[in-house]
Design a protein around this ligand. Sequence first.
Ligand SMILES: NC(=O)C1=CN([C@@H]2O[C@H](COP(=O)(O)OP(=O)(O)OC[C@H]3O[C@@H](n4cnc5c(N)ncnc54)[C@H](OP(=O)(O)O)[C@@H]3O)[C@@H](O)[C@H]2O)C=CC1
Ligand SMILES: Nc1nc(=O)c2c([nH]1)NC[C@@H]1CN(c3ccc(C(=O)N[C@@H](CCC(=O)O)C(=O)O)cc3)C=[N+]21
Length: 300
Amino acid sequence: MPNSYKLLNGRAIAAQIRKDVASEVETLKTEGWPVKLVSISMGDVEASALYVRNQQKAAEKTGIAFEARHYPAEIGRDELLGIIQGLNTDPRVTGIIIQRPTPKHLTERRLQRTVHPLKDVEGMHPSNIGDIVYNDLKMGPCTAVAAVELLKSTGVNLEGLEVTVIGHSAIVGKPIAFLLMAQGATVTVCHHETRNIAMHSRSADAVFVAVGKPGLVTGAMLKPGAVLIDIGINQIDTADGPKVVGDADFESCADVAGWITPVPGGVGPVTVATLLKNSVTAARLQRDHYASEFATRTSA
Ligand SMILES: NC(=O)C1=CN([C@@H]2O[C@H](COP(=O)(O)OP(=O)(O)OC[C@H]3O[C@@H](n4cnc5c(N)ncnc54)[C@H](OP(=O)(O)O)[C@@H]3O)[C@@H](O)[C@H]2O)C=CC1
Ligand SMILES: Nc1nc(=O)c2c([nH]1)NC[C@@H]1CN(c3ccc(C(=O)N[C@@H](CCC(=O)O)C(=O)O)cc3)C=[N+]21
């Protein structure tokens, strides 16, 4: 008998988040704080181009102004750092996102820590990413937050849940592990040195995969009824043209899993919506910061 898996609908969750964002954007505007997000990408990377297009569309739907800046891969480090610093001090810009991957001569971390923490809508400035250890989340890394939201949407109790995370990047895998630990899950993290990933994934109630390798997780690697959150977004060429697929072999996994995220339509749209939610938070934090600065100065 075929397994009756349940599909986790990322598009529906994203639409709900966008609805809340749109009303907050409107309120902030009436308070003199229009939300504006600036995206910076370098070189030609199809994966980030797709993300930027989707950010632009979603931002427009919620009333957030969006400016996509694109620079050649050869741009000098000091020039780019100067551009970011200019955006930090521009009061019209309330959020900045640096698209990955970055060219080799521009280390990602250097760029991330140049973005002002109050405009860091991806939560990757060291002071923001560091706060995740204390479970103090103002602006959490979008993909990690989105992936955990999808798990929560199943209604499963996270306390004591056995979870395996495959992939341990600073932007996705590691923050997922911290978010889950804070909710009481027991977390195992696998990476390219892990000897037997299947052993870990098969004993998990929920599996997160964020590696960038299509077909990495198969049904044989899952416990029956497990939740599978597929974060991978890989563009592959097929006989019918280019296609976006995740890191899981959907057919075999759907046979075994209890819940599964589709790609497209799973984590991706929720990531974009979370970025917009963080953009609202950033604008609110700047408004509050400005108000308290102003109060201090006028009372002095
Ligand atoms: N849905 C969304 O919104 C988003 C999707 N993505 C997608 O998620 C995937 C991962 O992205 P990202 O974290 O940025 O990628 P990175 O390349 O930064 O990290 C990949 C991770 O996978 C690990 N890894 C590599 N090979 C294996 C293997 N054979 N088995 C187990 N682990 C392995 C690496 O470990 P090690 O370092 O030890 O080699 C590393 O921790 C990509 O497909 C990306 O497009 C990314 C961001 C957002
Ligand atoms: N600093 C940074 N942060 C990122 O989070 C980041 C990045 N750089 N660079 C590129 C990758 C990739 N990524 C995507 C997120 C959502 C979709 C997305 O919206 N996907 C939709 C649509 C897919 C389609 O249109 O076919 C979906 O999965 O349904 C795609 C890709 C974020 N990344």
